[in-house]
Write a protein that binds this ligand. Structure first.
Ligand code: SF4
Ligand code: SF4
Length: 72
């Protein structure tokens, strides 16, 4: 589990927690975590299972703030 490749990365300072990315992910692995806020005070999105990510980039395309980066 420790050497799982990070395919989906959220730029947490850009995220405003709108949750559009969570709705669109076909694998349902994006969530708005409720533990930490970014500098603007928003709870931000995270990928909960990088292993399951298929790098489809649906989340990145949906994000209005271009906060998500996808790598294969
Ligand atoms: S790239 Fe696709 S599978 Fe991966 S987190 Fe984004 S929407 Fe989900
Ligand atoms: S769509 Fe973008 S701004 Fe909205 S919660 Fe997801 S990463 Fe954050």
């Amino acid at each position: 589990m420790s050497d799982v490749k990070q395919k989906m990365t959220v730029n947490i300072q850009r995220c405003k927690g709108c949750a559009l990315c969570t709705a669109v992910c076909p694998k349902k692995i994006v969530e708005i975590q409720k533990e930490k806020r970014n500098d603007k005070g928003y709870f931000y999105a995270r990928c909960v299972d990088q292993d399951k990510c298929i790098s489809c980039a649906m989340c990145a395309m949906m994000c209005p703030d271009c906060a998500i980066k996808i790598e294969k």
